[in-house]
Structures are given as C-alpha cells and as structure tokens.
Design a protein around this ligand. Structure first.
Ligand SMILES: CC(C)(COP(=O)(O)OP(=O)(O)OC[C@H]1O[C@@H](n2cnc3c(N)ncnc32)[C@H](O)[C@@H]1OP(=O)(O)O)[C@@H](O)C(=O)NCCC(=O)NCCS
Length: 163
C-alpha cells in the first residue's frame, strides 16, 4: 500500500515563494479559470492543501503570479499543476517555478518527477523538454477538450539527472 508523504522543507520557503493558504484560493482559481479551458475548481485546490500536497505560490506585488501543486507518494513526485498568470507568461516565471518545485521535490527525497501535459500544449512541452523531462507514455483521451477528449503525454524526470 502506498504511504502518504509529509513535506519536510516548508520552513525553507524563501523570497516570494510560499505555501498556498486557503485564503489564496480565490486568486489562484481566478488565474486557473483565465488560463485553462477546463480549470480546476476551488474545491480541488482546497483538497490539495488539506491533503498536505506541496501547494506553492509566487507572489509579486502582493498578487499571485504563479503557482504549482505537487503530490508526493513515497519516492515519486507528481506535478499536478504549474501555472503562470496570463500577463506574466513568457517572462521566465514558469521555468523558475518548475525549478523551485524540483528543488523541493529533491529535498523531500523523491527519485522521480512525473507530470501529464496536453499533447497540443507546445509551450509547456518545450519547457519540460528543456529541463530534461522525457516522454514515457501517452494517456489516451485523458483531458476534456471542446471537440471531445485530448491525449496527455506523460513525462518523467529522474531527480538526480543533472539537477
Ligand atoms: C506553460 C507555462 C507554465 C510556462 O511558463 P512561462 O512563464 O510562460 O514560461 P517561461 O517564460 O518560463 O519560459 C519557459 C520556456 O517555455 C517555452 N516558452 C515560453 N513561452 C513560449 C512561447 N510563447 N512560445 C514558445 N515557447 C515558449 C520556452 O521553451 C521557454 O524557454 P526559453 O525562454 O529558454 O526559450 C505558462 O505559460 C502557463 O502557465 N501556461 C498556461 C498553463 C499551462 O499550460 N500550464 C502547464 C500545464 S502542463
């Protein structure tokens, strides 16, 4: 049976990066709703916080600029959400958040990071590829889309590989 993972590093969150709190959820949800055709609900973010997943935000000028959510199961980390506010995309914040999450994942002892990305999401795929993620599979029809379903590409990164 899989064992739930307790984050060990939360006191080390520096600078503009900090843990997401429940009172951040409306701002985070507003971004999610703006940037995804099928956003998460506020309840999903709340459940992630309650479940002790690594929910991180980057705050710039007192506003949420980017966020990431990572589920940890024993020695594997699943990056469940990585998002940048639309007016700040393309300025390096996504790569910075991903690096930040990978550092937390490493400090928490995971050996591998996994994520799913929409097949059509060329920007995110390029980012992940540049960070060394490799395609390990396809989940057919994983995501809803306006024409039906879209495949997810499953990507993995060995945590000691070059980080
Ligand atoms: C995907 C996302 C997290 C990337 O964050 P970002 O801050 O916009 O991207 P960055 O500025 O950090 O750029 C990282 C890399 O992404 C790629 N990229 C970024 N913008 C791009 C663009 N307009 N066209 C092509 N590639 C682009 C490049 O590879 C870039 O690296 P480079 O600057 O060295 O060329 C962000 O755009 C986002 O939130 N998109 C909507 C939600 C989403 O798709 N999340 C990922 C779900 S799996």
């Amino acid at each position: 049976m899989s064992e739930s993972f307790s984050p060990k590093i939360i006191t080390e969150v520096p600078g503009n990066y900090r843990l997401m709190r429940e009172d951040d959820i409306p701002a985070v949800f507003a971004i999610d709703e703006d940037i995804y055709p099928f956003p998460w609900t506020e309840g999903i973010f709340k459940d992630c916080i309650t479940a002790g997943q690594l929910c991180i935000i980057n705050v710039i000028d007192h506003q949420v600029a980017a966020y990431g959510v990572v589920g940890m199961i024993v020695n594997e980390a699943h990056i469940l959400n990585l998002s940048v506010r639309s007016d700040l995309q393309g300025k390096g914040y996504g790569r910075e958040m991903l690096l930040y999450l990978l550092d937390l994942i490493k400090k928490n002892g995971a050996e591998r990071a996994l994520l799913e990305v929409r097949q059509s999401n060329q920007i995110a795929r390029k980012l992940y590829q540049s960070m060394g993620f490799e395609e390990i599979g396809v989940r057919k029809g994983y995501y809803p889309d306006h024409e039906g379903r879209e495949d997810a590409i499953v990507l993995a990164l060995g945590i000691d590989s070059g980080l």
